[in-house]
Design a protein around this ligand. Structure first.
Ligand SMILES: [Zn+2]
Length: 405
């Protein structure tokens, strides 16, 4: 959002009878919002398998009277509420994907006022928020100044590597037209994620000739080299502040106890709260891999083939932050306090990472309610106090796009 964009204050918005009526909408329609939440979460959505859920959402956007409704080439579902002018353009999003595989049963069950289903909270409650927010603006005929692009994104979770939001901001037809980004991810009311936790994920593959453990002793051994590499990485002095972490999460290789392996593989996850630290860790890791292989190769007999190192970057999430004194964050703080809750600025890895890395103001908010057992088959969501999260969301949206009073 350019500095020329002026945000409306939340107290100013609250004085409008239109806004007051719109805020009551979430209470009077709580049952219908939960029914919709159940419907969208009953549709399977797996990594790279979000199509059916995207089609349902696009049908919903059409029913609500959004324009420019489409599923883009990456699979994101988009719909526009056009205000009096085309800017500021605010993206309001939630992610369509879950972490679960194709065999998962996505049936939603209800017990003790809780909803149970894989993905019911992450990010089912975000999707329910998206639909409820589009609906209230249309149903209450709120006259907005700027425009709102509602987006159900694909590929937010791990292996998706933010492919949906990446496409939206770097290749799609809305690229370079977006002024601010707001995503709803998971439940809660106090969290304002304005800092992006960056990560880099590698698959390391070492390969060599392989041979007999006795007869070919002296050949370079990929598992030995991997051991040297892990030992070097494990000695990295990761700072506590800014928090920086590394993990060798998977390792495999070899075929038999008495065979020199022809191949060894490991997967490594590097993270840091600060871009500079992530870069430093990344450079150390690459160097450690190269040195370990060189060391193993230096021991081989003359004429033996060399070990080969292959580093594949499997995933990359950029680091950065939307400053806490930026209008978008200030607006979210003000709206949270107005609902009687003390806001908590937070750092996490969400769809906001991408716009933040491009300098576009972006935050991720909880969509209200509470949840547990996230990313497990026992995941649950309680819609109690959901309306508070939706009220906060609406106030932030209207604060950005402005209301014609
Ligand atoms: Zn999520």
């Amino acid at each position: 959002m350019s500095s020329a964009v002026k945000t409306s204050s939340v107290t100013q918005l609250m004085s409008s009878p239109h806004v007051a009526r719109a805020l009551r909408f979430f209470e009077t329609n709580a049952g219908a919002i939960t029914d919709e939440h159940i419907r969208i979460c009953s549709i399977p959505a797996t990594p790279f398998g979000e199509r059916e859920r995207a089609e349902y959402l696009s049908q919903k956007f059409c029913e609500l009277g959004l324009t420019d409704v489409e599923i883009d080439d990456e699979g994101n579902c988009l719909g526009l509420i056009k205000g009096a002018s085309s800017s500021p353009l605010l993206v309001v999003s939630a992610h369509l994907d879950t972490v679960f595989s194709k065999e998962t049963n996505f049936t939603v069950t209800r017990r003790d006022n809780k909803l149970f289903a894989p993905g019911i909270a992450d990010d089912g409650c975000g999707l329910a928020a998206l639909i409820a927010l589009a609906k209230v603006i249309k149903a209450e005929q709120l006259q907005i100044d700027g425009s709102i692009l509602f987006v159900g994104t694909v590929g937010e979770e791990g292996e998706g590597n933010l492919r949906g939001v990446r496409y939206l901001f770097t290749k799609g037809r809305w690229t370079s037209r977006v002024d601010a980004f707001l995503s709803f991810d998971g439940p809660g009311l106090d969290r304002i994620t304005n800092r992006a936790l960056g990560s880099r994920r590698y698959r390391v593959e070492l390969s060599g000739p392989g041979g007999h453990s006795w007869g070919d002793f002296g050949l370079p051994n990929p598992v030995h080299a991997l051991g040297r590499a892990v030992s070097r990485l494990a000695a990295y002095p990761a700072p506590k502040e800014p928090r920086t972490t590394f993990n060798v999460g998977r390792i495999e290789g070899g075929t038999s106890i008495n065979a020199i392996p022809a191949q060894a593989i490991m997967e490594v996850d590097l993270r840091s709260a600060a871009a500079g630290e992530l870069q430093r860790l990344d450079a150390f890791f690459r160097r450690a891999m190269k040195d370990a292989v060189d060391e193993e190769n230096a021991k081989k007999r003359a004429g033996d083939p060399l070990l080969k190192l292959k580093l594949d970057l499997m995933g990359e999430r950029p680091t950065g932050e939307t400053p806490s004194d930026s209008p978008l964050v200030e607006l979210a703080i003000e709206a949270t306090r107005l609902l009687g809750v003390e806001p908590r600025l937070d750092q996490s890895s969400t769809d906001s990472n991408l716009p933040i890395s491009l300098g576009i103001p972006a935050i991720t908010l909880g969509a209200g309610g509470s949840s547990g057992c996230s990313h497990s088959l026992d995941e649950w969501y309680s819609p109690r106090d959901r309306e508070q999260g939706l009220k906060r969301g609406l106030l932030v949206i209207l604060g950005i796009v402005g209301l014609i009073l």
